[in-house]
Every structure is written in structure tokens, then in C-alpha cells.
Design a protein around this ligand. Structure first.
Ligand code: TRP
Ligand code: ZN
Length: 885
């Protein structure tokens, strides 16, 4: 908790460090009621900063300083200055060592940053600025050092002692203690430091790299989870191979370790050679983890592994450059997931997520550029903008350069900057230099916040056989008030004739046509492209594959959208046409609801989805995606003023109409797929994910009919399926149904069966928190008293409170403000022991400007109450104060 007023830090103030740390030698003595950290830093003046010996200012927080030695001289209290965040020394020569000993308290560290305990195990989380809670240091990513680490702990409780790099020595100590020393040969910033001590078992495997080196692979977990590691291990080996094949990147140490911990603020962390994971991002087996969880494990294992190059070997100069490693690594893991599963479905899911959540962030009070230019608390900037939009920006470079050009650029980037701490500009420069292109204007994507709008209009000249598309781009104002200049917007497009065939694309001035799907770059505020040899008025298919993170609008009518749904050669755009059709139809229902009219669903949506459902040639996962109506959160995001009740009622009405009108087709698909599921052992592969996805969405529609045969089917699926994907959907449809008795029985038997598996209990909490039936808040409050709930565990908070406030909009936005009051109380409580989680849970309240004036006042009132509640962490302070500004 801070006592000083939090202050804003600016990118423009960046200066290279005054001193460097060539070597870092750490010794940890772990005890139950405190731990001791001895650090020896081999330091020198940074030659880049010239001569002279300014004071050395080391970062340090919540450390009890026991001794400090400079150049072998133990210092007295008069020889250094200590503040809450710094230790200042005066070196007398350009090269020197600093030795410190501090006492820290991992056993009471509830913020889960620095060294802390998760259950009985010691572990660390140092990104972004957690290392300063372990020892006095230059805790910034441009200070890179060679680390050796010795861990000393009681042998019986902590048989496994791990740190980064390779194990070089170990042995017994006194009083039942033992020790191990690890050496990491690679220079790294302190945020990549890790230590683990615990009673852990491991699953082992090996990987032979492209140059035939053997790497030992180990996944460490608590003994009861040893049977849930195989999927992560398979994912790791696939990731290692993929990075060799697609990026030419080979692993560089003799050992790669993953440790699963139950208490973790985020998904996982890429510490060099010793990744630490939230157990939810490692553990997966059929009986306990859904298909979505399996895919999430695969993606996060890959993501952290890929950081070994994009993040560790080449790291960030400063935290403003965070997207350098995160945007690029998300782009890399998305490419991996696309190759392992269905590429179109992966793209659909990523875009739906981006449009719903990142677009909302970009339009809210915390909006910031992919490379922010200021922040108060860096932990608040691990955002959808830095990660997901950052990935889109890298993806646009890929689109502009092509796969080969992009690979040349990434090769140059890794070669040129290996071992360095660099900037987003350096990344773009490597792409430019390898391809001989100028990306100056493109770089506005890094510096300008907000989601660009791209309005497109057409004109067809039948006499001249020409077809013109005019693009107008604009970008809304964001809190930084930076004036927006035109972006480079790559638009992949095609033109369809009246039979649904693709037309050859020749731009006026070109000698010949260049394919039927191509990328044009919109670079000006307004720009027209004219296609020639167009024999009939075509229908454009725009922004294929979502080739840029913009809000594109084109005045399609519903028949045209239905035509695209059937004929577009781009799978993503077929889905998107369906979404646009659904949005039009739902917005009409929303308007009817607001006018107090009775609701009438456009039958064209029914027939369009009927066509999709009866098309046996379509990938079943695509069918499932196309059957999914835009979420309430997305409908909120695209509303000028979101009418919570109208959105909910319109969407539920549409779902019920679809269920009634498509009952036969859904029932056939459901039964066929359920039958296969019953007779096929669980396999975590795309075609099986697809079958279960369609089966499950069909069941959730069918259940709206209230028919006894569907209830029976749900109960059968709930009771007899061998995997969590089917079981959890069956539970969810029961929970959202009016069948009180069956619901209660199902919830009770599920909890009894899985009471000892915290990750499964998280799902049990989430399903109930997401139930949109009346009384949602009371149910959530009651569940917070359940013995499996624990407010100190971030996964539990996310499963219950996060699911309620983020997904159960009709209950969270109750007109009396009870949901808001509940969330504010919770944030105030979380702020007291885990600021990062407090700040993240706050997000729904920051969107207050989206709602009607009564709700605005209630939400603002709660933000003001949080602000006035006393000692706010810098995390919560930044989000609340910016939301009220
Ligand atoms: N670098 C991590 C990633 O792979 C993010 C992360 C993990 C993190 N734990 C954190 C960020 C704690 C901030 C605080 O994306
Ligand atoms: Zn990452």
C-alpha cells in the first residue's frame, strides 16, 4: 500500500540506467515465519551515461534491511539513505560490488507479487516490478544480468528447490535443511527471475531440438495433480517443434520447467527456463477440464514457451514497450493455435473477443495506445489493447509483408537484437530493413489509441463496367487527447457476382487482374479504389479475415448478408455476415422492446440459420459459431446507450424463437453428435471439439423449449458423459432452466463429486454466477459463503465475481444498483490484500458512460465511494481516478 501520492511516469522521460549489474548472486534462506535474501551485485557505471559517479538508487519495497556492504565495506546508517521505495548509496569507483541482506515475509504476502506462498509451496512472480519486493535492485528490464541462485530450505517440506537455468550443485545442510544452486547462463532482466520450493512431483519428457540437442522437459505439480499434466506436456512439445519450423527458433537451455501453482494473479509467466503457471493454465484431462480449457492450456503453454525468444532473448527496454513482447507473442501463439486446430474458428473467437472487450476498453476511460505514453501503475497495462490489439498490429505487418517477408523481418529482429532490451521501433525497423519498405505511417498504430472507424460506400458504373469503393476513416477522441492522423489500414477484399462467384480483381491502372481476393491499403482519410472489367453490380466482401482492428461499416441489407453467409469464399466473412445479420435483427427487437411493442423476429434469420444447420458439408465448429448470437456484452459495446433490459429480453426472445423454429434440425444434430460422443473416447482434437461444440450449443437452444425429452437428454448427458465439456454444458442448461428440483440435485451431486478439485469447483461457481434467472446477486452472495470459496484465491474471485459482473449483465446491472454496490465493496476489500486483482475486478464499473443516466449515477457513486475509502493501492487509484476524470 502506498503512502506517497502515486505519480505518472512518462515514456518521454526514459533514460538509460546510470549503473549496470553484470552479475547477480542470490541466496534465499526460506523459513516458515520469514525468509532471508542475500544479494551480491557485481556492478559498474553504465558507460553510455558518461563519466562521473552519481548516487546509486536501488529499488526496494517492503524489505527489512539487515546489512549493506559497498565495495567490501559494511555501511553504517549514515552511509546510505533509505525510503519506502529506494536504497541510495554513493559508489566511489566505476566498478564495485554491493552486498545486501534483507528479511521478507512470503508467508503473509497476499498480493502474490514477489516471493509468496501458494498453499505450502514457495514461488515468485516478478513481472513487472515484483523483484524489488525480494531484494534491493535496479528493477527495470534494460538492466540485464547473469544470475546464480542458491535456495536453502527444510528438506522434508521442500524437497524440490528450483530456479532459472541449469542446476549446478546441491547438498544437505544443517537442522534437516538442504540447498540447491542454479545458474542461468543467459543475461536477463530481474522480471524473469523465478524461484520455487515445495513438495512437488513432476512429469518428465525430452525434446530433441533441430540441432539434435536433448532438452529435459519437466512439469511440476502437487502430487494429486500428477494425472493432469499430459496435455500440457504434449502442447509444450508441439510448441517447441512449431517454433523451429515456423520461426526457426530453437530452445537454448538443457532443461525447461513448468510449475503449476493455485494462487496466481494471471495466466502464466515466462521466467527463463522456469515458467510458473496458474494451475488453470496447465492442468487438463477429459474428466475435469472442458474443451475450451484444453485449448486454453495449449495456447498458454505455447505463449509462455514462445516468450523464450520474443521476450527473453530479446526483451523490452522499458515497460512502455510491453507490447513488443506481448503483442508479438500473442500473434505467435494465435498462429500456433490456428495450425493445431481450425484456423477459421480460432480467428472467429479471437475477433469476437477483441470486438467485445478490447473495443470497449479502447472506448473507455482507460483507453491507451498499444505503446502507452504514460502510466501510474504498470500492472494496469497488461491489457487487451497491449496483448490483443498489439497482436493485430503485428498481424497487419504480416498481412502487408506476406508470410515470407514477415519471416525475413523476424529473423533479422532476433539476430540483430539477441541479448538486448529494445523498443517497438526496433521491431518495426527490422521488418522495414528486411523488406525494404517504409512503415513510418503504419507506426501510428503503436501511438494512437482508439478504434478507427472505416465507412465504406460503393458506386457501380454499368456503362463503363467499373466499380468503386470509397473508404472514409476516422478515429474517436480518447482521454489522451492526441489528435488522430490517418492509419494504414490493410483491407482484404473480394467481389462476388450474382451467382456467388468471385470476380477477378483489376484496379484501374493495372495491366491485369491480380487474383480474386487481395489486400488494399487505405492510407488517407478518404480514398477511392476503382475496379475495372466488372460486368455486373457486385457484392463486396470486405475486411476478410478481419484484416485490421477497425469498425467497418457498409450499408448491406439483410438479403445481401444472407447471400454472403452462403457464398463468401472467406470463412471468417461468412460468419461475420451472419453476425451482422443477427445484429440488425436484434437491434430491431431492442427497438421494439423500447417502444413497448410486441417482439417479432425477422424470419430471415431463422431461415439463414436453418440453411447453416442443414449444411452437412460445413465444419461443425463453424456451424456452432454461426448459431451463436452476438453476446449481450457485444450488443452493449455497439450501443450508443446500452439498454440492459432491452438487450437481454431481445436476445432471449430471439433464442427462444430460434429454438422453437429450428427444433427438429437441432434435435437431429444433437442426437447424432451425442450418440457419437457416447461411443467415442474423449480426444482433445479439433474435429472432436467441433462435434461437442455443435452438440452443446444445440442442447442449450433445445432446452429453451422446455420439452420433457430435452430435460431427459440433459440429465442423461449430465449423469453419464465421461468428460467435463458435456457434463458442464448439461449442468449449465439445467441451472438456467426452470426445473428447480433437477437443478438442485445436479448442483449438489456435482459439488460432492468434485469437492476436492478446486479448478472444477471454479467452474461450478461460474455456471451459477452466470445464471441470468432473477436473484443472481443473492445466489452469488450465498456462494461466497460456500466452503470451497476463498476470496484470497484469484481463480475463485474470477470464477464467481468476475463471471457475475462480466457476463451476467441483467443481474449485475440491476436497476437498484445492488450489483454495483456489491462489486465496489468487494474491490475495497480486495484492495487491502491484492491490488492487482482489485484493479481488474473494477473494470465493469469503469464503463459507466455506456448506460442510462440513472445507472450512470449509481455506478459513478460507487467509484467515488471507492476513491474515498481510504488507503488505495496505486493500481486501484489509477483506474478509479481515470474513470472519474
Ligand atoms: N508475462 C506474462 C504473460 O505471459 C504476464 C503476467 C504473468 C503478468 N503474471 C503477471 C503480468 C503478473 C503482470 C503481473 O503474458
Ligand atoms: Zn505474455
Amino acid at each position: 500500500m502506498r503512502t506517497e501520492q502515486p505519480k505518472m511516469i512518462y515514456l518521454k522521460d526514459y533514460q538509460a540506467p546510470e549503473y549496470l549489474i553484470d552479475e547477480t548472486h542470490l541466496t534465499f534462506e526460506l523459513f516458515e515465519d520469514h525468509s532471508l535474501v542475500h544479494a551480491q551485485l557485481v556492478m559498474r557505471r553504465n558507460p553510455e551515461r558518461g563519466a562521473g559517479l552519481p548516487p546509486l538508487v536501488l529499488d526496494g519495497q517492503q524489505l527489512e534491511l539487515l546489512s549493506v556492504t559497498l565495495a567490501d565495506q559494511e555501511l553504517g546508517a549514515d552511509d546510505y539513505q533509505l525510503t519506502e521505495n529506494t536504497l541510495t548509496l554513493q559508489p566511489a569507483s566505476a566498478s564495485f560490488t554491493v552486498d545486501t541482506s534483507v528479511r521478507i515475509h512470503p508467508e503473509t504476502n497476499t498480493a502474490l507479487e514477489g516471493l509468496y506462498k501458494s498453499g505450502t509451496m514457495f514461488c515468485t512472480q516478478c513481472e513487472a516490478e515484483g523483484f524489488r519486493k525480494i531484494t534491493y535492485y535496479l528493477d527495470r528490464p534494460d538492466v540485464m544480468s547473469k544470475f546464480t541462485t542458491t535456495v536453502v530450505a527444510e528438506q522434508h517440506s521442500y524437497p524440490v528447490l528450483l530456479s532459472n537455468g541449469n542446476p549446478i550443485a546441491s547438498g544437505p545442510g544443517e537442522d534437516g535443511r538442504h540447498w540447491a544452486t542454479w545458474e542461468d547462463p543467459f543475461m536477463k532482466p530481474a522480471y524473469l527471475f523465478a524461484l520455487v520450493a515445495g513438495d512437488l512431483w513432476c512429469v518428465e519428457d525430452t525434446f530433441t531440438t533441430m540441432t539434435q540437442r536433448n532438452v529435459a522437459l519437466r512439469i511440476y505439480v502437487e502430487p494429486e495433480n500428477i494425472d493432469k499434466c499430459q496435455h500440457a506436456m504434449n502442447s509444450l512439445k508441439k510448441s517447441m517443434r512449431w517454433d523451429e519450423e515456423v520461426y526457426g527458433r530453437e530452445y537454448d537451455l538443457d532443461i525447461f520447467m513448468i510449475v503449476a501453482v493455485n494462487d496466481f494473479n494471471m495466466g502464466a509467466m515466462e521466467n527463463k527456463g522456469l515458467n510458473i503457471f496458474n494451475s488453470s493454465a496447465v492442468l487438463a484431462r477429459a474428466e475435469t477440464a472442458t474443451d475450451a480449457a484444453h485449448q486454453r492450456v495449449e495456447a498458454i503453454v505455447a505463449h509462455e514457451y514462445f516468450h523464450n525468444w520474443s521476450g527473453n532473448r530479446v526483451t523490452c527496454r522499458d515497460w512502455f514497450q510491453l507490447s513488443l513482447k506481448e503483442g508479438f507473442t500473442v500473434f505467435r501463439d494465435a498462429g500456433f493455435s490456428s495450425d493445431m486446430n481450425s484456423a477459421t474458428v480460432k480467428r472467429i473467437q479471437d475477433v469476437a473477443y477483441l470486438r467485445t472487450h478490447q473495443f470497449a476498453e479502447d472506448a473507455g476511460p482507460m483507453a491507451h495506445a498499444v505503446r502507452p505514453d504514460s502510466f501510474i501503475e504498470i500492472s494496469n497495462f497488461y491489457t487487451l489493447t497491449v496483448y490483443e490489439k498489439g497482436s493485430e498490429v503485428v498481424g497487419m505487418i504480416h498481412t502487408l509483408l506476406g508470410a515470407e517477408g514477415f519471416r525475413k523481418g523476424s529473423d533479422l529482429y532476433f539476430e540483430r537484437h539477441d541479448g538486448q532490451a529494445v523498443t517497438c521501433d526496433d521491431f518495426v525497423k527490422a521488418m522495414e530493413d528486411a523488406n525494404g519498405v517504409d512503415l513510418t505511417q503504419f507506426k501510428r498504430w503503436y501511438s494512437q489509441a482508439g478504434t478507427p472507424r472505416l465507412a465504406v460506400s460503393e458506386s457501380y458504373d454499368a456503362a463503363a463496367n467499373t466499380y468503386s469503393l470509397t473508404f472514409r476513416q476516422s478515429c474517436p477522441e480518447t482521454p489522451d487527447k492526441v489528435e488522430k492522423l490517418p492509419f494504414v489500414i490493410p483491407v482484404e477484399l473480394g467481389l462476388l457476382d450474382s451467382k456467388g462467384n468471385e470476380i477477378a480483381l483489376r484496379l484501374s491502372g493495372e495491366a491485369s487482374a491480380q487474383g480474386t481476393s487481395r489486400v488494399i491499403s487505405v492510407t488517407e482519410a478518404e480514398q477511392t479504389f476503382t475496379f475495372v472489367d466488372i460486368a455486373e453490380h457486385p457484392l463486396p466482401s470486405l475486411l476478410r479475415g478481419f484484416s485490421a482492428p477497425v469498425k467497418l461499416s457498409f450499408p448491406y441489407n439483410r438479403d445481401q448478408l444472407m447471400f454472403l453467409m452462403q457464398h463468401d469464399s472467406d470463412g471468417f466473412n461468412r460468419w461475420d455476415a451472419g453476425q451482422q445479420l443477427s445484429v440488425q435483427v436484434l437491434q430491431e427487437l431492442i427497438a421494439q422492446h423500447q417502444k413497448g411493442e410486441s417482439l417479432a423476429l425477422d424470419p430471415r434469420l431463422i431461415s439463414a440459420l436453418k440453411t447453416v444447420l442443414s449444411d452437412e458439408s460445413l465444419d461443425q465448429a463453424m456451424v456452432a459459431e454461426m448459431l451463436s448470437l452476438p453476446s449481450e456484452a457485444y450488443l452493449t459495446e455497439i450501443s450508443e446507450v446500452a439498454d440492459v433490459e432491452a438487450i437481454h429480453n431481445a436476445r432471449e426472445f430471439a433464442r427462444k424463437q430460434l429454438a422453437d423454429n429450428l427444433f427438429e434440425a437441432l434435435w437431429l444434430r444433437y442426437q447424432a453428435n451425442r450418440d457419437l460422443s457416447r461411443h467415442t473416447p474423449y480426444v482433445a482434437e479439433a474435429e472432436h471439439f467441433a462435434r461437442r461444440a455443435l452438440q452443446n450449443i444445440a442442447l442449450s437452444y433445445l432446452m429453451l423449449s422446455g420439452k420433457p425429452e430435452v430435460l431427459a437428454a440433459s440429465l442423461e448427458q449430465f449423469e453419464t458423459s465421461d468428460n467435463m465439456t458435456e457434463r458442464l454444458t448439461a449442468l449449465a442448461v439445467l441451472v438456467n432452466s426452470p426445473f428447480e428440483e433437477q437443478k438442485a440435485l445436479a448442483l449438489a451431486s456435482f459439488a460432492e463429486h468434485f469437492k476436492d478439485n478446486p479448478l472444477v469447483m471454479d467452474q461450478w461457481f461460474s455456471v451459477q454466477a452466470g445464471s441470468t434467472l432473477p436473484g443472481g446477486l443473492e445466489r452469488v452472495k450465498a456462494l461466497m459463503q460456500h466452503k470451497a470459496f476463498n476470496i484470497k484465491n484469484p481463480n475463485k474471485v474470477r470464477a464467481l465475481v468476475g463471471a457475475f459482473a462480466g457476463q451476467n449483465l441483467i443481474n449485475f446491472h440491476a436497476a437498484d444498483g445492488s450489483g454495483y454496490r456489491f462489486l465496489a465493496d468487494l474491490v475495497i476489500e480486495l484492495n487491502g490484500f491484492n491490488p492487482q486483482i482489485a484493479s481488474r475486478q473494477l473494470a465493469p464499473l469503469t464503463r459507466w458512460r455506456k448506460y442510462d443516466s440513472a445507472r450512470q449515477a449509481l455506478m459513478k457513486g460507487e467509484l467515488e465511494r471507492i476513491l474515498a475509502s481510504g488507503q488505495l493501492s496505486s493500481d486501484v487509484y489509477e483506474v478509479v481516478s481515470k474513470s472519474l476524470a
